[in-house]
Ligand binder design. Structure first.
Ligand SMILES: Cc1cc2nc3c(=O)[nH]c(=O)nc-3n(C[C@H](O)[C@H](O)[C@H](O)COP(=O)(O)O)c2cc1C
Length: 371
């Protein structure tokens, strides 16, 4: 059996293989509530053969959504809508399900990607007031966020806890907190967005204080046997931003607070970022965080070739690999990866006739795999 298709134990959760569907916003919710689109999208991802499917960033409060159409987990309606979607998905798939809990901070209140992603700077445009560590807008022309005071920070911690309780009632196997990509937790961690002079800004110890408060509160509300992780930026890819040595210290602190894994991503705190986009461009950061902190890591970013993905696991650079666009492009990626690596992957009975041993045409539609 290849390393990619070997099982992995994360707290009380047994994953059948190391492939993770990375969280992907669908911008298809109404007032934070999941819709039929989510049944369509998650339905196909749940049949992908990945060991774990992490649902998109769900705002823990309405103003923590990136766009007005982002998923939320802040109301009874949101919870009910997600229950309907999960019931449909679970009726035909046993894939383990996680959800990413998020607060978009100063990058909230933006328009949909297919309408240009522009900030919605006033209520007439459908926007709302944003909050952040400091009154520093993400970029020119963006809303100046309201800096969070202690009372507001307490409310956000409480919102994360409330959303965790909802996730528990919904039976999720895993929660991932979104601490990357320049959203609220990442804003606190990054000197680019965090200009505070109180005990929440300045030194790394201070910058990680609020994200750790959130993580601790969520850990207390989420049973120990259920897997809990945080997505972090290995780097902001911007001078003056967070660097991997700091991320490793944050990961070690999270580990000591009972967090089971970190997913190491990057970028999103500044438009000045320069990302050296190429295959596996973020894997070295995951490896470094793992080496320094000893925590379970998930690597993400341009992972697409099955043998190379397997290599990430065998080399010990990361324990799990998450794919986003590769799975949108080819939801059967894991099936094909299993073929390449000589592994057996059980697929739903309805689709069994597309397996190469039952269908010689497989060689025609997947020439690269059979070359
Ligand atoms: C449509 C789309 C939506 C995304 N939404 C999220 C999200 O909700 N949370 C998150 O942490 N990352 C999100 N991402 C980033 C992906 O999870 C992933 O980290 C990134 O696309 C790099 O992986 P890839 O090269 O396999 O696509 C999104 C990416 C895409 C393409």
């Amino acid at each position: 059996m290849s390393a990619l298709f070997s099982p992995y134990q994360l707290a009380g959760l047994t994953l059948e293989n190391r492939i993770v569907v990375s969280p992907m916003c669908q911008y298809s919710a109404i007032d934070g509530s999941a819709t039929d689109w989510h049944i369509m999208h998650l339905g196909q991802m749940a049949l992908s053969g990945a060991g774990l499917l992490i649902l998109e960033a769900a705002g823990v409060e309405a103003r923590g959504r990136i766009t007005p159409s982002c998923l939320g987990l802040y109301s009874d309606d949101n919870e009910r809508a997600l229950e309907r979607v999960l019931n449909a998905v679970r009726s035909h798939s046993r894939t383990k399900l996680g959800i990413q809990l998020a607060h978009a901070g100063r990058k909230a209140s933006t328009d949909l990607p297919w309408r240009g992603n522009k900030p919605l700077t006033n209520s007439a445009a459908g926007g709302w007031e944003t909050v952040a560590p400091s009154a520093v807008p993400f970029a020119e022309g963006w809303t100046v966020p309201k800096p969070l005071d202690r009372a507001e920070m307490d409310k956000i911690v409480a919102a994360f806890v409330k959303a965790t309780q909802r996730a528990l009632r919904l039976g999720f196997d895993l929660i991932e907190m979104h601490g990357a990509h320049g959203y609220l937790m990442s804003e606190f961690l990054s000197p680019i967005a965090n200009h505070r002079t109180d005990e929440y800004g300045g030194s790394l110890e201070n910058r990680m204080r609020f994200p750790l408060e959130i993580a601790r509160a969520v850990r207390q509300a989420w049973p120990r046997e259920r897997a809990l992780g945080v997505r972090l930026n290995g780097t902001d890819f911007t001078p003056g931003g967070i660097v991997v040595e700091e991320t490793a210290i944050v990961a070690a602190a999270l580990k000591s607070h009972g967090i089971d894994y970190v997913c190491v991503s990057g970028g999103g705190n500044s438009l000045k970022q320069e990302i050296p986009v190429k295959a596996h461009y973020q894997v070295p950061f995951a490896a470094e965080v793992k080496r320094r902190s000893g925590i379970t890591t998930m690597a993400v970013g341009m992972i697409a070739a099955p043998k190379a993905a397997d290599g990430i696991i065998t080399s010990g650079e990361a324990d799990l690999v998450a794919l986003a666009r590769g799975l949108l492009d080819n939801p059967r990626w894991a099936w094909h990866a299993a073929e390449v690596l000589g592994d057996e992957l059980k697929v739903v009975v309805q689709y069994e006739r597309a397996r190469p041993k039952l269908w010689p045409g497989a060689k025609l539609v997947r020439p690269a795999l059979h070359a």
